[in-house]
Every structure is written in C-alpha cells, then in structure tokens.
Design a protein around this ligand. Structure first.
Ligand SMILES: [Zn+2]
Length: 98
C-alpha cells in the first residue's frame, strides 16, 4: 500500500480504485470542480435506510463560495440522489471536460 497515487501512467484510466469522482459547477462564477470521495473512508452508513451517505463541503477557487454536496448511495454504490446546497449543482464528467 503506497501513499502516493500513481500518476502519469495510463492517463484518464482510473488508477484509483477507492476514488469516486463528482463534478460540481458553481452557479455564481461558473467554476467547474472535480471532487473525490474515498469509498473506504468518506462514506457514512445510514443505518436507518441502509444507504451510504457522502457529505462534502466544497469551495471553488474563483469566488470562494461554499457549497455543501450530499450524495446518497444505494446497493452496489449506485447513486440514489445527489444534491448541492448553496450556489452550485452537479454536472456530468462530459460537462466538466467540455
Ligand atoms: Zn464560484
């Protein structure tokens, strides 16, 4: 188990099996952000519903607005719902790379 992620090799392919990536856009300035959730450390189990929940405070680097992302995962880590509180919303990977 290494501490450094392997970068540069096989670009664009996931060399990060524990990372789940989400893309958020700030509604205020349009800044697009990529946020990583670590499926082993960042997800909290909701015992009442049997789902996993990821919460993240995000700040963009342009206008410094804070957004609060919440993603709920069902079985098989399938995304059940995703919301952003504050001035932002989720976008797809395609929109992020556009
Ligand atoms: Zn912004």
């Amino acid at each position: 188990m290494g501490f450094l992620p392997r970068l540069g090799r096989d670009k664009g392919r996931p060399t990060d099996p524990d990372g789940i990536y989400f893309y958020v856009r700030c509604d205020h300035c349009g800044e697009k952000l990529r946020i990583r959730a670590d499926r082993r450390h960042d997800l909290l189990e909701d015992y009442q519903t049997g789902t996993l929940v990821w919460k993240k405070e995000i700040m963009d680097s342009r206008c410094f607005r804070i957004m609060y992302a919440t993603v709920v995962f069902g079985p098989g880590l399938r995304v059940q719902s995703q919301t952003v509180e504050g001035s932002g919303h989720f976008i797809s990977q395609e929109e992020f790379e556009r």
